[in-house]
Design a protein around this ligand. Structure first.
Ligand code: ZN
Length: 186
């Protein structure tokens, strides 16, 4: 990821060379933009920078309707590595890291483990393991909301492997056990 000053200078001059290399998130509007956005420049103290549209969205920002950052054009090299990352994300979605390891995933994609971690840091702003955990938690939240399955069953179907790990992941993220989400719904 580029440093703040580089991004900020590129944003202030709306430099097209930086299009796709970072995204500007505006705290006051909760919107994120491309560096070339034609909209009036936000104050520097209100912006932060993200390496990908996905990272900005995960942090709670919505895409700008003027510059459409979610469809920004990117370099060929970026697209090549993005393909690897998209394939990795699909495999993770399908459970590749629920039982398997990151080196095994990297192997299936034909890249080294460290390279894969770098690609994730650059394009996603999170590690493969963090993404896998988010995917499991999303699956679990869906099952908690839409089914009456027992907790153990939800833990296993979401890919947690055990009820203990399921509870630990929820406690870490929400500070309370998964069962409380279901109780809250009632
Ligand atoms: Zn914009």
């Amino acid at each position: 990821m580029l440093d703040f000053d580089t991004c900020n200078a590129a944003r202030l001059r709306r430099d097209p060379a930086y299009d796709g290399r970072f995204f500007t998130a505006v705290r006051t509007t909760r919107i994120y933009c491309r560096p070339v956005c034609p909209v009036k420049q936000p104050l520097t103290r209100n912006v932060s920078y993200f390496p990908s549209a996905a990272a900005a969205e995960r942090a709670g920002y919505r895409p700008c309707l003027r510059c459409r950052p979610e469809t920004a054009p990117f370099s060929a090299a970026w697209n090549g590595t993005r393909t690897t990352v998209s394939r990795a994300l699909r495999l993770i979605e399908d459970g590749a890291l629920d039982a398997g390891t990151v080196p095994e995933l990297a192997d299936r994609l034909g890249v080294g483990t460290r390279h894969l971690s770098r690609l994730f840091a650059c394009h996603v702003g999170a590690s493969p393991v963090q993404v896998a955990r988010t995917v499991r938690i999303q699956r679990a939240k869906r099952l908690l909301a839409e089914s009456e399955l027992p907790m153990t069953e939800i833990a296993l179907r979401s890919g947690f492997g055990s009820l203990r790990r399921f509870n630990a992941a929820f406690s870490e993220l929400y500070g309370r056990p998964p069962s409380s989400l279901r109780t809250a719904r009632r």
